[in-house]
Every structure is written in C-alpha cells, then in structure tokens.
Ligand binder design. Structure first.
Ligand SMILES: [Zn+2]
Length: 375
C-alpha cells in the first residue's frame, strides 16, 4: 500500500506547490477541497465534482454521525463507496460543528455531550469517539478532535481552550494508532495571539502528525487579522508536512493564504453561494438574481469552460434561479467549483514557474475591473 506522503516540487517566496500521495490518489497542492457535508456536494454528482478538478473532498463528522450514522456507513462499505467518490476524503473532527450547531452542550475535559440539531437525540463526542467515527467512515485524512472557543473570547479563555485542545490532540494521536496509508492532522489553535500559536505549534510538533492544520481562523476575525496570523503561523509548523487552513475561503482569502505558505483549504462558499444565485468569476462576484441579467444573452464568463458558461446565457441562469428550478443550483455550483479549481491550478502553475507575484497582480487587477458592463 502506498504510504501517505507529501513532496514539495517548487516554492516561490513562502508559497509552495507539490503533491500529497495517498493510496486513493494524489492531491495537487495548493488544494481546494469542496465540502460534501452530508455525503454529497450539494447539487453535484461526484463525477462532476471531479470534472471541475477536485482531487479531494471534505466530509463532516458531526453531520454524518447524526445522519445516517457512522456505524451504518461502515456497514455499507465506508463513505467512499456510500457516496460513490473513490478519491481521497478528509473528515473534520466534529469539534467545530458540535459547538456551532448542536443544542444543550456540556463541555468537560472528557469531551462534549450534546443534543442533535436533527432530532434532539443525545450524543457524546470525545477525541476517542471522533477517531472511531472517522475510522468507521474510512476517511483518508483524519482531523484531531479540538475545541474552538466561541468569539468574542478573552485571551485567557483562548489559552485555556487551546491547552485543552492540545491535550485532546495527544489523546487523538493515541486513539488513532498506527494506520498505514491514513493520515492524522493536528490542529494549531491560539486565536490571534502569536505566543499562544507558538505554544500550540510546539505541543503539536512534540506529539508528531502527518500534517498540520491552522484552526480557529475564518470565524469572523476579518481578513486583515487572519492574514496577520498567517504571516507567522505556517512558519511555526514543520515545513515538510502539508499545512491546512480550515474553512477558507473567498478567492482573495485563498490567494493570500497560498502566498503565506498554506497548502490546503476547504470552504462551503462555492457550493453554498451557487444555491443562492451568487457566482464567482475572475471579475469578482456576480449576483444572478439581479434584474440586469434578465435580457442578457451573454455567458456568465465568456472565457470559462464550465457547462454553465458554455451552454447557457445570463438570462437563462437568472430565469431558472428566479423560477426556483433545481438546474440553477446545479449550474451555478458547477461554475463556482470550476472557478475555484481553476484558481488553484493557476496558483500551482504560477508557483512552479516562479511567477506568483505577477499572477496575484493579475488576479487583483481583473477583480478590480468588476463585472462586464451591462447591456
Ligand atoms: Zn463557468
């Protein structure tokens, strides 16, 4: 069996491009992972997600443990088979969503007891149970169970929470055990405080992981604060392991994170905004709900090769969105995922060629021009 490994092919400034090797296939980095919350990237067939250029999907432990249940997925052959995606899958630990979505939480050193937001049933998540669930799902990249304090939080609260997450990281490592071909990632916490980020990185390095995530960002602190942390946080983590920025982001967040040495990201944005009539293009955001598109025969982006842009007009996309037709979600999600993956491909190619700076300048210049003039 191929072992899990990471190789860096080229660097440009702090940015890197390379390949994560797994038994289920390679992941080109920097990588964007579409989110398949409930064993589906909403409105997309798995082969269509692959056609946009995705090498890996993210699945949510919290959602899958509640519905349909990890033991059920395992009996049905694991998550890859269940959802018909045979390439790599990363699962989060459930820690973030149990704090943001569930009801009646009781958090102790042992773990979190909570009620399902689906049916009110009672559940318990701990480092050990999270490792068990992610193993039952068959995840290729498993995330440590951690806690992210709700904002606003004092520095003392952030420090205490981070230290508990580091103790949970050790328990996660212990419970994960030795699983050749599968990877376990630690998660750095510490909010926006450099000393806490350093303490967290030190604790994770002492335990030892296959990759390292930067957690606790993209939770409402704003881009400037996030980039402030990313100016130093990736450099605290081992250079020869993948670095994953969780929950990011908008196209300009992605570009800024890659410039600062991030290798992997995930976000619901391209799929979620596709379902609300929002499109992302090289010229920024386009709102297809807007009446200005009602008579516009031009494609969303005439240089885009996705099915939505090749076969349909802005007028059609506007119409099907307004009419509540399912194809609106299908086409706009496809376009958005295509755009995000094309952006990643452009970043990888630019880093490999040593011209990231010029690529980023072009990226910002086109966005600043804004959407095409109305007819
Ligand atoms: Zn398109």
């Amino acid at each position: 069996m191929t072992a899990f490994s990471f190789s860096i092919a080229a660097t440009d400034g702090r940015a890197r491009t390379g390949t994560i090797h797994t038994p289920r296939g390679q992941i080109r980095t920097p990588a964007f992972m579409p989110v398949g919350t409930a064993a589906t990237v909403k409105a997309m067939l798995p082969e269509s997600v692959r056609a946009t250029g995705a090498d890996i999907l993210l699945g949510n432990t919290y959602h899958l443990m509640l519905r349909p249940g990890a033991e059920r997925v395992a009996k049905l052959g694991g998550l890859h088979r269940f959802m018909n995606w045979n390439r790599p899958i990363l699962t989060d630990s459930g820690g973030f969503q149990v704090m943001s979505l569930s009801d009646l939480r009781k958090l102790t050193e042992d773990g979190v007891r909570f009620k399902s937001h689906v049916d009110g049933s009672e559940h318990f998540l701990s480092p050990e149970r999270s490792m068990e669930i992610q193993r039952l799902l068959g995840s290729d990249i498993v995330m440590c169970f951690d806690e992210c304090p709700a904002l606003p939080a004092t520095e003392e609260q952030v420090a205490q929470s981070m230290r508990m997450s580091m103790r949970w990281a050790e328990r996660s490592r212990e419970a994960f055990g030795d699983r050749p071909g599968h990877a376990l990632f630690g998660i750095q916490q510490g909010g926006v405080t450099k000393e806490l980020r350093a303490e967290s990185a030190e604790a994770l390095r002492a335990i030892g992981f296959d990759g390292y995530a930067i957690g606790g960002l993209a939770v409402g602190e704003g881009q400037e604060a996030m980039f402030g942390v990313l100016d130093y946080a990736p450099g605290m983590l081992p250079a020869d392991r993948p670095r994953y920025l969780m929950g990011v982001g908008k196209p300009d967040d992605i570009v800024g994170a890659v410039q600062r040495g991030v290798d992997m990201m995930d976000c619901v944005l391209p799929s979620r905004s596709g379902r609300t009539g929002q499109a992302w293009t090289r010229r920024g955001q386009v709102n297809l709900k807007n009446a200005r598109h009602a008579d516009d025969p031009r494609p969303l982006d005439e240089d885009c090769a996705c099915p939505a842009c090749r076969g349909y007009s802005r007028a059609y996309l506007h119409h099907v969105y307004r009419a509540g037709e399912i194809i609106a979600s299908m086409l706009l999600t496809w376009h958005n995922l295509h755009y995000f993956q094309e952006l990643m491909d452009g970043l990888r190619t630019a880093i490999a060629a040593g011209r990231l700076e010029a690529f980023v300048a072009d990226f910002h210049r086109l966005r600043a021009e804004g959407d095409i003039e109305r007819l």
